[in-house]
Design a protein around this ligand. Structure first.
Ligand code: CUA
Length: 171
């Protein structure tokens, strides 16, 4: 009797494994090939996510790259200046737990998982402020975790040292 049950359970497990194996093969279910990984324990010593490298940087073609760390319970930096009408690439990672990245009023939305770099590309066509709240429960301070994205008109952008002067908000 026990042997019979063992065979049934063994058969069921085998079937499940076969289904997973076949579906992953047939339906090509595997991680996206462009996944970028990073050691979450040494972010501050990493080249890209060292503290001095966080925030907005302007590329030679005028587009910008924004690097952000999402950690319990704040995004760094607190205010993120971006130019109106230029391509913006946001790169974000976490040293601790999974956070959610969302720019209110836009379709910029991704999970931020420790060990991985999430990348979002967008263009902000209108000047103004967007709230950037964490949208994945990450602990007791979750609801206090947010930053501000400030979209700055091009003329002002240049005058304000690529937005830096426009984004002084208290911590
Ligand atoms: Cu970070 Cu919720």
């Amino acid at each position: 009797m026990e042997l019979w049950w063992g065979a049934v359970v063994g058969g069921a497990v085998g079937l499940i494994i076969a289904v997973i194996g076949i579906s992953s093969f047939v339906m090509a279910i595997h991680p996206p090939s462009h996944v970028e990984t990073i050691d979450p324990t040494t972010l501050s010593k990493s080249k890209e996510f060292a503290e001095s490298n966080l925030g907005t940087s302007v590329n030679p073609d005028g587009s910008v790259t924004v690097r952000i760390i999402a950690a319990q319970f704040a995004f760094v930096p607190r205010c993120i200046p971006v130019p109106q009408g230029r391509p913006v690439t946001i790169r974000i990672t976490s040293p601790d737990v999974t956070h959610g990245f969302l720019i209110a009023g836009t379709n910029a939305n991704t999970m931020v998982v420790p060990g991985y770099i999430s990348e979002v590309r967008t263009v902000f066509n209108e000047a103004g402020d967007h709230l950037m709240p964490c949208h994945e429960y990450c602990g007791l301070g979750h609801s206090e975790m947010w930053s501000l994205v400030r979209v700055i008109p091009m003329a002002q952008w240049r005058n304000d040292k690529n937005g830096k002067a426009s984004c002084d908000i208290p911590h």
